[in-house]
Design a protein around this ligand. Structure first.
Ligand SMILES: Cc1cc2nc3c(=O)[nH]c(=O)nc-3n(C[C@H](O)[C@H](O)[C@H](O)COP(=O)(O)O)c2cc1C
Length: 163
């Protein structure tokens, strides 16, 4: 699958089969994440790839809209050092991982971290050092659904030269 197809066909996938995801694939997703755009190339991120079922369950239970994390093969936590552009940097890395997952034929979903009251509890569960913010959680697995989403058409959102 080429990059344009992966970008255009990526959708949030929240149900997964029980099929395992090889460690090398998870590594490649994080590799794509760490290569994202980042303000002044500071690269303030760390990625925790969770595969232990009991920890996946605990993380899922702490979230409000991420209970399906418990059924994922892995969940990548994007932790970003508190820098001026931590949220933009972490979001860029998150989007790279979502698109890379799609390109690998996997399903993934951006589960909110930043601004959520449970972010601190997840940082504690993952033993993140002080000064790191949880930007997102990304459960990953083989898709058991093919979601269809209404998207605003290009003609509605694209403005040439002036708004
Ligand atoms: C910042 C952010 C936070 C999100 N948080 C959640 C979440 O906590 N749980 C969830 O199921 N989906 C979450 N999503 C996924 C969105 O619901 C999803 O991207 C949106 O409905 C558009 O669908 P699509 O990704 O299939 O295009 C989040 C997405 C973003 C960008």
């Amino acid at each position: 699958m080429d990059a344009i197809e992966a970008l255009k066909t990526r959708r949030a996938v929240r149900t997964y089969t029980r099929e395992a995801v090889p460690r090398e694939v998870i590594e490649d997703l994080v590799d794509c994440g760490r290569l994202a755009a980042t303000a002044i190339n500071i690269q303030p991120w760390e990625f925790v790839a969770v595969t232990a079922p009991d920890l996946l369950r605990k993380i899922a239970e702490v979230t409000d809209h991420g209970r399906f994390i418990a059924d994922a093969a892995a969940c990548i936590a994007v932790l970003v050092r508190e820098t001026k552009y931590y949220l933009e940097d972490g979001s860029a890395a998150t989007q790279n991982i979502l698109v890379a997952a799609r390109a690998h034929g996997l399903g993934a979903c951006w589960v909110a971290g930043d601004k959520k009251p449970y972010a601190a509890e997840i940082c504690r569960l993952l033993r993140a050092p002080a000064g790191f913010r949880l930007v997102s959680l990304i459960p990953v697995g083989h898709p058991a659904e093919q979601p269809v989403k209404d998207k605003r058409p290009l003609a509605e959102v694209l403005h040439w030269d002036r708004f």
